[in-house]
Design a protein around this ligand. Structure first.
Ligand SMILES: Cc1ncc(COP(=O)(O)O)c(C=O)c1O
Length: 445
């Protein structure tokens, strides 16, 4: 593969290069496979492929209205519509970016500039939890802060930020002369699918004059579910919202979105007004220049494939596709409860379930072996074998100190029956693994 990267001196035939491309791409994890449950899968709808190809063919430079008045107008209108779904006011606006990480970084920079004087930055603090996606901490560092300016607030038993602990932390930071400026809440925690108490955190943000960001990279799509949208109640009180269409809106990479309550805040942080763009830089409420709303100058019209998909599918279908993901995780929880020795570590939430196999005590290896460490090894091996045998890909994570299996069941192409078969197979693998671990005594703790 490494040799394949070197360009030849002379042209290669098209069919050979296409064949090489297919070979290279065959070495991958199929993130859109219905039985790939790891990370946040990428269950792309075929309309997004088409929308993506068409957008690439037109290759508009969607940095300014001058370059792409059609696409910019549609992207801007789509952003306004998505903002309405979230309950944001008419002052709101945003920009399609590469994904959740860049959306979160954009929010941090915007909040920093809106809430802090330049001189205050060294004393500023931001609040999040251990469960907050790592891109928030990364964004804080990229935005010029130090890691020790991050406060990890205590969570409740459902891994949600505890509002009472947040209040105490803010009070103690202020007493110590520090300057709280931002709360990072999450709608759709990557580990558990959980949602922070958005109204509780919005109350605190309002009374403490802090910027409330909601990372809905994964979970904000629930707003397009007719049945479950109430789960995100309070999201419209945020100052900014991250929402990735390449996660649960069935888009190809890349298609993320950052929304802010007042779009002028983005312009404050990101407009440059360089002389060589002056012919194109004249903006008005009708003529959006996206290069003034984000980090990029040249950018593709990422929102167009989402527009294409929503037009093709219609909202009823999109709502059903999202509901299906929620239903599958709940169904999986029900099935695991019916099998012996499986433990649910976090309930099914927004299409995510955490569970582990706990071997019967009769199978414990004895000789002082730590029970949780034994379970960790068993569950890691179940995941490894499930992938190796092409059963499914439930990958591992840790939400408490123990290791667990995790399923994100967002594929609209997986049926309940297929999921049931997967769980049956996992159960057989689990029995086999724990029995063989004991028998061979390969455990070296
Ligand atoms: C909650 C959350 N925020 C942010 C991100 C980062 O998004 P991206 O990978 O698109 O940069 C993820 C990725 O899974 C996520 O789950």
């Amino acid at each position: 593969m490494r040799n394949a990267a070197r360009p030849g001196t002379h042209a290669s035939p098209l069919n050979q290069v296409v064949a090489d491309m297919a070979k290279i791409m065959s070495h991958r994890i199929a993130m859109d496979h219905p039985r790939f449950f790891g990370f946040i899968p990428s269950p792309v709808d075929e309309n997004s492929f088409l929308g993506s190809i068409l957008t690439t063919m037109y290759n508009v430079g969607a940095g300014s209205w001058y370059q792409s008045s059609g696409a910019s107008t549609v992207e801007d209108s789509l952003i306004k519509w998505l903002a309405e779904q979230a309950g944001f006011p008419s002052s709101s606006g945003g920009i399609f970016v590469s994904g959740g990480s860049v959306a979160n970084l954009t929010a941090i920079v915007t909040a920093r500039d809106a809430k802090l004087q330049f001189e205050q930055r060294p004393k500023a603090v931001i609040y999040m939890s251990e469960q907050t996606h790592s891109s928030m901490a990364k964004g804080i560092v990229v935005a010029g802060f130090h890691r020790n300016q991050i406060r990890r607030v205590e969570c409740d038993s459902n891994y949600r930020i505890k509002p009472s602990s947040l209040r105490q932390q803010i009070e103690s930071d202020r007493k110590n002369g520090l300057i709280p400026f931002m709360i990072a809440a999450t709608c759709g925690l990557t580990n558990t699918g959980g949602i922070d108490d958005l109204n509780g955190l919005a109350d605190i943000a309002e009374s403490e004059n802090l910027w409330l960001h909601v990372d809905g990279a994964y979970g904000a799509s629930i707003l397009l579910s007719k049945t479950h949208r109430h789960c995100a109640d309070g999201i419209g009180r945020a100052d900014s919202l991250t929402w990735d269409a390449h996660k649960w809106l069935f888009q190809t990479y890349d298609c993320g979105l950052i929304l802010v309550r007042d779009k002028r805040d983005l312009v404050e942080s990101f407009a440059t007004g360089a002389s060589y763009i002056r012919d194109a830089d004249e903006a008005s409420s009708e003529k959006v220049n996206f290069w003034n709303r984000g980090i990029e100058m040249s950018r593709p019209a990422r929102g167009m494939k989402l527009w294409f998909t929503l037009q093709r599918l219609g909202l009823d279908k999109v709502s059903d596709m999202i509901d299906h993901g929620v239903d599958l995780a709940e169904f999986a929880a029900l099935v695991f409860r019916g099998f012996e020795n499986w433990e649910i570590l976090s309930p099914a939430q927004l299409g995510i379930l955490n569970f582990r196999y706990v071997p019967p005590t009769s199978q414990l290896p004895g000789n002082g072996v730590d029970f949780d460490q034994f379970c960790d090894k068993v569950n890691a091996e179940i995941s490894r074998l499930a992938v190796e045998r092409d059963i499914a890909a439930p990958l591992t994570t840790r939400i408490t100190k123990v290791l667990n299996l995790r399923m994100c069941t967002v594929s609209p192409h997986l049926s309940r029956n297929q999921l049931f078969e997967v769980i049956q197979s996992l159960d057989s693998v689990a029995k086999e693994v724990s029995a063989s671990f004991v028998k061979k005594r390969i455990l070296k703790i």
